[in-house]
Design a protein. Sequence first.
Length: 207
Amino acid sequence: MPPPPKPTQAGQPLNEKMQQARPPRPDDPIPRKPPAGYAGIARIGLGMKRTASVKLNGVEGPNKKLKKEAPSTSFATSRSQGSFKIPPLPPGKARATSEVDVFFARMEVDGLTSSGTQEHEAQNKMFIKKAVVRLMGAAGVSKTNPSFKDFFNQVYHGTSFALRAKMGIAKLEGNATDSELVDRIVQAHITLYLGGLGVGVMLLQQG
């Protein structure tokens, strides 16, 4: 009987050395030992992972420790040490101490109630209005004049502003000195505004 033909190289069975060089397949039912080189590579890979984890832990460890040991600046600690300070207010928020308004300040009178002040103000305003109408009519500016309203407002507000410190203290009407003072201030404003040419300034200087 003639000998069987030799198989080709593609169909040759694997020898034991080649089987040891190949890593085992996951679907191979025959348990085989992995090659020596494959196991070495696996060990090297595990060693690299462990080294990397150790290095990362070495870097992160001190940072976490420093964060935990950082001194805390709490209110109780600073207060116990006596170093607590009230933070300053932002610019523009702090209000200065109240100052006396030189334009709208009033003289303070002991025992004067708010109701009495309002009553005196109302009476004095009416008294000044009557004096303005009376003296404007004497100067030739009657209620039929087209400029009466503007003229009246200027004289009335100017006189009230000149007597603002007395408006809430006592009645101006009935006091000869205060009544004369009101008439003089009203006449000064009428002289100043009469004609609208500024001639009243010269008349006031001459008087």
